[in-house]
Design a protein around this ligand. Structure first.
Ligand SMILES: [Ca+2]
Ligand SMILES: [Ca+2]
Ligand SMILES: [Ca+2]
Ligand SMILES: [Ca+2]
Length: 419
């Protein structure tokens, strides 16, 4: 999701000059040596103007998640179109069943986009969370899968950016609070399959009120939303594509159903062991992550624990959100990057001969990532030098933290000067 957010809303323009001299620190010396590409936010003038619907107060955990972005060439004109996920909030969901799950922008000439959501038939309402694009029926037209609260949606592309809601027929409605989705042909039968991660159980009629529990609804002494600790986690879903427009939910049979009920977030398919079978990584919030090795017979085994790709380098369960895989050091083995909660270093799992090692400290990723809650992410080569870079979209789940961060952040430099 992060990768799509990045490419969808920002366009590289020029390369900046070398950064001026800075204090004598290691990080400063590195930044002076490497020219950094500049990016310009062109979303408003490009017509990408539909507001994301959310609740700034984030009174409930469901109000602190949502907001994927996807790219699709919905009419095969050679130019990418943009899908944004809209979100909702508790009041709107209760009163009107939420909001249209997504907005589809068609790319016209000169980098201008037009909102074609309605004429495209993408009108299902709910509470959108994520989006994944693939041609599930091999007709040459990319289709759209949207995750959300209260039911997911599969939109079949009819051509010319017109879509039909085929969720019921395909049997991929899911339910609960679904967040991540990733398409991958795990059994290599030529029909792409679909994995969906789900987060916590949410009952809209019985939401735990902000600050209502001393243990689970406080952050650094401040009353905040409740969860995910103390809430029931949902299972995950794997839909096998039958090739006739319908799917079978096989997560339990395949061994990827998340029987521990961890809080599922970002997901990615990739063949980490280069055996030709796509494997699966699931980032779980506040718990161990899963690395599922594809055994090639329709089933998977969890190897994240054995290979050292499930916890931080010092064995801590982290609040994992986004994930991507890429071979950042060109040794022929895929590595894993995972974004984490505030006060936790984002994880960079380097794959060696005997498994994975969290190298977030030695790679200098740890320090800049600790102050933030990391969300969507992606490996990409921002300056075309052949080496993968990493983008992270940061945010927070507790708007109330502003009240506790404001003073210490402002006072810190003054205290140093006084010494
Ligand atoms: Ca299709
Ligand atoms: Ca398949
Ligand atoms: Ca594999
Ligand atoms: Ca590597």
């Amino acid at each position: 999701m992060g990768r799509f957010l990045f490419w969808g809303l920002l366009t590289a323009t020029t390369f900046a000059q070398t950064v001026p001299s800075a204090p004598n620190t290691d990080s400063a010396r590195i930044s002076t040596a490497i020219p950094v590409p500049h990016f310009e936010d062109i979303a408003p003038q490009a017509g990408l103007t539909v507001s994301h619907i959310s609740s700034p107060a984030a009174r409930y955990i469901i109000e602190s998640v949502s907001g994927g972005v996807g790219l699709i060439d919905c009419d095969n004109d050679g130019k990418l179109d943009i899908i944004t996920v809209n979100g909702s909030n508790v009041d709107r969901y209760r009163q009107q069943g939420g909001d249209p799950l997504i907005t589809l922008y068609h790319q016209d000439a000169d980098l201008k986009f037009t909102d074609i959501t309605k004429q495209a038939g993408l009108t299902r309402k709910g509470w959108g969370m994520g989006v994944a694009v693939a041609d599930y029926d091999n007709d040459g037209l990319p289709d759209i899968y949207v995750t959300g609260y209260g039911g997911n949606v599969l939109y079949h592309n009819l051509g010319n950016c017109k879509f039909e809601d085929v969720t019921e027929k395909a049997g991929v409605g899911g339910g609960g609070l679904s967040l991540g989705a990733a398409w991958g042909d795990y059994d290599r039968d030529g029909h792409v399959d679909l994995f969906v991660s789900r987060y916590v159980h949410v009952d809209m009629k019985k939401l735990p009120e902000l600050g209502s529990n001393e243990k689970f609804c406080r952050f650094r002494g401040v009353l905040v939303q409740c969860g995910p600790w103390g809430l029931q986690g949902e299972t995950d879903l794997l839909y096998h594509n039958r090739g006739d427009g319908t799917f079978e939910e096989v997560s339990r049979k395949a061994g990827v159903d998340n029987s521990h009920h961890y809080y599922g977030m970002g997901v990615v398919w990739a063949d980490y062991d280069n055996d030709g079978w796509p494997d699966l990584y699931v980032a779980d919030d506040a718990g161990p992550n899963y690395l599922y090795r594809n055994k090639g017979n329709g089933t998977f085994e969890e190897v994240g624990l054995m290979l050292g790709a499930d916890l931080s380098g010092d064995g801590q369960e982290l609040g994992s959100m986004g994930v991507d895989m890429g071979d950042y050091d060109h040794d022929g083995k895929l590595d894993i990057f995972v974004t984490e909660f505030v006060d936790q270093a984002d994880s960079l799992y380097h794959q060696g001969p005997d498994g994975f090692t969290d190298v977030s400290l030695s790679s200098r990723i740890a320090q800049p990532s600790r102050p933030y809650v990391g969300w969507g992410t992606g490996f990409f080569d921002m300056d075309n030098d052949g080496w993968l870079d990493i983008f992270v979209a940061n945010g927070h789940v507790y708007p109330q933290v502003d009240t506790i961060f404001r003073r210490p952040v402002q006072r810190w430099p003054r205290r140093r000067c006084d010494q």
